[in-house]
Structure formats: structure tokens, C-alpha cells
Write a protein that binds this ligand. Structure first.
Ligand code: PGA
Length: 288
């Protein structure tokens, strides 16, 4: 009788040990995955772009530049200011070297009879290293289509400029449930023209959130960013999906930047209105 009881206790102990080792294994796998995720996230340098659009003059932009030059900016964040074409040279020569400058648009060829346009070669000649392409105002106010944006991306990259490539759905597209279709289509036309993803930052900017004060919620932004990263994994490569920076734009402010910036797949921001205010410094330091 005593022997049976002993046997039972023994197998109960064995079962307990087995269960404990299973729990230990699951916990190890979970912790490993979690730390990989944190590592990948932190290996993507946080990127904050300011898009000054068609705003400012030498005086006001000069004041803004002085504020940025003297501010304490988080070392681990890459900062780039998008200046109006006429002020690119001014911005580059006055901004501290730790802050990058971007043009807000460029054409698809190096030179020629294209009145009013500027080329990547000219942008580079001013010491400027980035260009914003495919911004929603270029798409919807000036009628640029996916094909033209793709050609501009290809030529800017060939010319060794970094590209902040913008995509975003309109309100009626979101309401019609076509957000993913629209974003994947725009991303494909960009991706087909990229051969070096280290020079590209993808900016998700829902059109309904730009300049409207209506920000996407952190959950909405994270959901789209995660899907875009998965699209990259399937259609480009694992390595690009893990390394490409996907930034959010649309009514980002000093008040909402921390929560948005803490989302796993949000690697920074493209900021319009608030980039013209001292509050831009808080947005730059959102992940500090
Ligand atoms: P917003 O603009 O921050 O003023 O909404 C963002 C953008 O257009 O890049």
C-alpha cells in the first residue's frame, strides 16, 4: 500500500517537474522573442522630419533655426527639416550640421527645359541630403500620380539623395474600407523604384489627419505601420521589413508624440504645423 502511495507521489512530482520545465521553456521563448523585438525596434534610429511646407521667411525661419541649434536634442534621433526650395541654401547654411535638410519635392531628371522645377543634382549642390516625395499635397493639390512619384523616387535615389516617401489614404477611402489596398498600391509604386532601402524612410500620413488637428490614434497608427512592415516582409525582404523606418505624420504635436512614438512600429514622425513652433523640440525628444 505504502509502495503505491510512494509511486503516486513520485509520478506527481515528475509531472510537476515536466510542467515546470514546459513553463520555463515557453517563458524563455517569449523572453527571447520579446528581446529580439526590442532589439530590432531600437536598431531603427528614430527619425523626426519637419515639413515647413510653404511657410516662413528668412526672419521667422532664422528664429526657428536658432531655437533648434541651441536646443538639447536627443543624440539617438535623426532630425531633418524640409525647407521651401528658395530657402534650402539658407536652411543648410544656418542649421547646425547635426540637423539634416530636405527639399519638399524635386523632378525626375537632372536638368532641362522644365520651368519651375528643381533637380536632385541642384538639391545636392546646396549641400542638402534629403527630399520629401509623394506628399499628399503633391498628390492631391498638384495631381502627381503614383507613376510620376515612382520615377522621382528612382531618380532621387540614383542621385544619392535620401528619400522621405509619403503614402496615405483619404477619409473616403478609409470609410470605404480600402485603406490597405490604397496604401499597398502606393507603396508598391515606390518599392518598385527602390534598390537601396537604407536611403528611404516611409512616411504614413493619413490624408484626413494632415493639418486637420485630427490625429490617428496610437492604435490606428500602429495597426497600419505593422501591416506596412508585413507588406515589406512579403514583397521586399525580411531584412528590409526589420530595418526600414516607418514614420507617422498627421497632426503630430508635443502633446500626442509620446504615445504615438512608443508604438512598436512607429519609428518617428513627419511633422507639419508643429515643426514651425518651439514645440518641435519636444517632438524630436519624444523617445528620449
Ligand atoms: P501636419 O502636417 O503635422 O500639419 O498635420 C503633416 C505633413 O503634412 O507632413
Amino acid at each position: 500500500m505504502g509502495g503505491v502511495k510512494e509511486l503516486r507521489t513520485l509520478s506527481a512530482r515528475k509531472l510537476l517537474l515536466l510542467k515546470l520545465s514546459q513553463v520555463h521553456h515557453l517563458l524563455t521563448v517569449f523572453l527571447f522573442r520579446f528581446s529580439c523585438c526590442l532589439f530590432i525596434m531600437s536598431s531603427r534610429k528614430f527619425f523626426v522630419g519637419g515639413n515647413w511646407k510653404m511657410n516662413g521667411d528668412k526672419r521667422s525661419l532664422g528664429d526657428l533655426i536658432s531655437t533648434l541649434n541651441t536646443a538639447s536634442l536627443h543624440d539617438e534621433t535623426e532630425v531633418v527639416c524640409g525647407a521651401p526650395t528658395i530657402y534650402l541654401d539658407f536652411a543648410r547654411s544656418h542649421l547646425d550640421a547635426r540637423i539634416g535638410v530636405a527639399a519638399q519635392n524635386c523632378y525626375k531628371v537632372a536638368k532641362g527645359a522644365f520651368t519651375g522645377e528643381i533637380s536632385p543634382a541642384m538639391i545636392k549642390d546646396c549641400g542638402v541630403e534629403w527630399v520629401i516625395l509623394g506628399h499628399s499635397e503633391r498628390r492631391h493639390v498638384f495631381g502627381e500620380n503614383d507613376e510620376l512619384i515612382g520615377q522621382k523616387v528612382a531618380h532621387a535615389l540614383e542621385s544619392d539623395l535620401g528619400v522621405i516617401a509619403c503614402i496615405g489614404e483619404k477619409l473616403e477611402e478609409r470609410e470605404a474600407g480600402t485603406t490597405e489596398e490604397v496604401l499597398y498600391g502606393q507603396t508598391k509604386d515606390i518599392a518598385d523604384n527602390v534598390n537601396d532601402w537604407s536611403k528611404v524612410v516611409l512616411a504614413y500620413e493619413p490624408v484626413w489627419a494632415i493639418g486637420t488637428g485630427k490625429t490617428a490614434s496610437p492604435e490606428q497608427a500602429q495597426e497600419v505601420h505593422e501591416k506596412l512592415r508585413e507588406w515589406m516582409r512579403t514583397n521586399v525582404s525580411e531584412a528590409v521589413a526589420d530595418s526600414v523606418r516607418i514614420i507617422y505624420g498627421g497632426s503630430v504635436t508635443g502633446a500626442n508624440c509620446h504615445e504615438l512614438g512608443s508604438q512598436k512600429d512607429v519609428d518617428g514622425f513627419l511633422v507639419g504645423g508643429a515643426s514651425l513652433k518651439p514645440e518641435f523640440v519636444d517632438i524630436i525628444n519624444a523617445r528620449a
